[in-house]
Design a protein. Structure first.
Length: 182
């Protein structure tokens, strides 16, 4: 058994070049950059970038032509393919490409200063105060859930039908897979 599968998330280096062949078959190609950042022993931050030649065919090529631009962040799933050709000087050349069968355009990250659902303010404050190590956000000591009311609520909920999903929780009323709305 063998597997040839590639998953890449990176930034597009150039606008896709799209060519149309006989019977309207489209082929799109573009370079994709993936970067890895690490800190070396001297404390310097090093970024290593790999460039990948992406090839899309047919409908994916047409989608890429309309939606992908230089700088777009994309998620690609495909396979590695190496091919050879003879250049104009008669020298054999080899090129490695990623033949993509899945393409997903990723949204840009929100700019700093825009509100988000999660905040890291306690963590930032702790690091600003010179505290090192992981910071754990725990509820205040005054917060103590009442065990009696929680146990009572859970037991009451367990004995009532689940109206949120329209499913009757009685054992004899199991639904068939074909009856589900999706």
């Amino acid at each position: 058994m063998s597997i040839n599968k590639v998953i890449l998330v990176g930034n597009v280096g150039k606008d896709p070049v799209v060519r149309y062949f006989d019977k309207g078959v489209a082929k799109a190609t573009f370079p994709l950059a993936t970067s890895e950042t690490y800190t070396n022993q001297q404390g310097e931050t090093i970024t290593s970038t790999e460039w990948h030649n992406i090839v899309l065919w047919r409908a994916l090529a047409e989608v890429a032509e309309k939606t992908i631009k230089k700088g777009s962040q994309v998620y690609i799933v495909g396979k590695i393919k190496t091919r050879s050709y003879v250049d104009k000087d008669g020298v054999n050349k080899y090129i490695t490409e990623i033949l993509a069968d899945t393409l997903l355009l990723l949204e840009k990250k929100q700019a700093h200063g825009t509100p988000s659902a999660q905040t890291d303010s306690p963590k930032v404050e702790a690091h600003d105060q010179g505290i090192s190590g992981p910071v754990v956000n725990e509820p205040p000591a005054s917060y103590q859930p009442s065990n009696e009311s929680n146990d009572k609520n859970w037991s009451e909920k367990a004995n009532t039908p689940n109206e949120d999903f329209g499913i009757d929780s009685k054992p004899g009323n199991a639904q068939n897979e074909d009856d589900l709305p999706f």
